[in-house]
Design a protein around this ligand. Structure first.
Ligand code: NAP
Ligand code: HSE
Length: 438
């Protein structure tokens, strides 16, 4: 029998404890699938005394997690701590420097340092794997790297943040307030240590940038993800969207566009956006509720592929982490981003103004004559055609006006918002959401 694959586990929170439970529960199955035993030898976290619901006594404890990279009884370092920099990054670098493969669920670190880490891992001939970093338990990285590897991917998009999807679908079902539902998502272990990463679209942006690199064979470019979150969405928006035949979902969307001039050379124009979209109720993504994630990839030969499953939580995330460990046990190293880093295409951000679509605009306006005419005039002057409009007064307070536009250029909607900027008729800045095309 081949020697066991010996694992060091840094981080014993939601995901780390889940990995221990999975490896203990499915030990025999993992040995058969991996062709060798997967054995945890060392663990580390901040607080040695904390009850984590798992027995840590069989494993060596390290107070300093970076010391695990140098242990002779460790073949693979698994980082489940989090944070783009700090100890997680130090540990990843040390592991590679020691000639050890590493596995991580840390999308923040991969989004910020993935290319540099991948270069180091490729040079050292070790694996760097991060299936759990994108869409929790869904094997979307494997799906793109392996199952869809024969295709040119034209577009990827989907629901990439379980916390936001849980919040939006629960607000939709119960009419509850944003803040109460966020607290529930935190209690269930879905949210990041700093939940603003979830609700401001940053976490989804991390995942989108990683997925885009693998889908399009381009250099990872988190800095140019346009990210918007769900903080400003009101129950009233959800109700208006419902009346118009839509649900609201935070989506990440990416595609590549032809270079705009010859000077671009190999540079690929990459569009990457995280934004709350109105999704038609008959689109598959409209039925994705709770902490579930779903990713659509459009291949030039496969057509539309839909990956769906639990996007967060201990069990699903542990499933993805251990799948990576099994690959390493089998000797499947491969380039971290599927194509060696030196061969990934450089990117420049795509222009967005020429993109076309319908938009939802919501205004909170003062209740006085002429306000509706002012909104309509701004739309006219910006070249935006209104398809439908709902106005809802609420007693003495501001009036909510929700509009859906006809298909048109995004630049025109931006222009309308600019024309209204600073108007004393508006109680707050307008909220703009794009409408997902079928
Ligand atoms: P978590 O529950 O907060 O656990 C983090 C663990 O790291 C804890 O055990 C903590 O120790 C330890 N830790 C934190 N800072 C440390 C430090 N400076 N030195 C040593 N140990 C430290 O986080 P999680 O939800 O398991 O997430 C872990 C990673 O997985 C993150 O990158 C996250 O983005 C990613 N992820 C999470 C999910 C999910 O559903 N939760 C899904 C996909 C990916 P103590 O326990 O002693 O405090
Ligand atoms: N906070 C993340 C989410 C965890 O809610 O999707 C899974 O990556």
């Amino acid at each position: 029998m081949t020697e066991p694959l010996r694992i060091a586990l840094a981080g014993l929170g939601t995901v780390g404890a889940g990995v221990i439970r999975l490896i203990e529960t499915n030990a025999d199955l993992l040995t058969r699938r991996a062709g060798r035993e997967i054995r945890i030898t060392a663990v580390s976290a901040r607080d040695r005394g904390k009850d984590r619901g798992v027995d840590l006594s069989p494993y060596a404890w390290e107070d300093d997690m970076t010391a695990m990279a140098a242990r002779d009884d460790v073949d693979v370092v698994v980082e489940l701590v989090g944070g783009s920099d700090g100890p997680a990054l130090t540990l990843a670098r040390r592991a590679v420097a020691q000639g050890k493969s590493f596995v991580t669920a840390n999308k923040a670190m991969v989004a910020h340092h993935g290319l540099a880490l991948a270069r180091e891992a490729e040079a050292a001939g070790v694996a760097m794997k991060f299936e759990a970093a994108v869409a929790g338990g869904i094997p979307v990285i494997k799906g793109l790297r392996e199952g869809a590897a024969a295709n040119a991917i034209e577009r990827v998009y989907g629901i990439l943040n379980g916390t936001c999807n849980y919040i939006l679908s629960t607000m939709e079902d119960t009419g509850a307030d944003f803040a109460d539902v966020l607290a529930e998502a935190q209690a269930m272990g879905y949210a990041e240590a700093d939940p603003s990463f979830d609700i401001d679209g940053i976490d989804a942006g991390h995942k989108l940038s990683i997925m885009a690199s693998i889908a399009f064979g381009t250099e990872l470019d988190f800095a140019n993800v346009g990210a918007d979150g769900i903080r400003r969405i009101l129950s009233a928006d959800i109700a208006q969207a419902d009346a118009l035949g839509y649900v609201i979902r935070l989506l990440g969307m990416a595609n590549v566009e032809p270079a705009t001039d010859a000077a671009d050379g190999d540079t690929v124009r990459l569009f990457q956006r995280v934004h709350p979209f109105l999704v038609p109720k008959d689109h598959p993504l409209a039925h994705v509720d709770g902490a579930t994630n779903a990713v659509v990839a459009e291949g030039n030969f496969s057509g539309r592929l839909l990956f769906q499953g639990a996007g967060a939580g201990d069990g699903p995330t542990a499933s993805a982490v251990v799948a990576d460990i099994i690959d390493i046990a089998r000797g499947e190293i491969g380039a971290p981003f599927s194509i060696p880093v030196s061969e990934l295409n450089p990117t420049a951000p795509a222009q967005t103004g020429h993109r076309t679509g319908k938009a939802y605009l919501r205004f909170q306006v003062v209740d006085k004559p002429g306000v509706l005419a002012e909104l309509a005039a701004a739309m006219r002057d910006a070249g935006v055609s209104i398809e439908s409009l709902i106005q809802k007064g609420a007693g003495d307070g501001p009036v909510l006006v929700a509009m859906v536009t006809h298909e048109g250029e995004e630049a025109c909607v931006d222009k309308a918002v600019e024309l209204l900027s600073g108007s004393p008729s508006l109680v707050e800045a307008p909220l703009v959401m794009h409408i997902l095309k079928q």
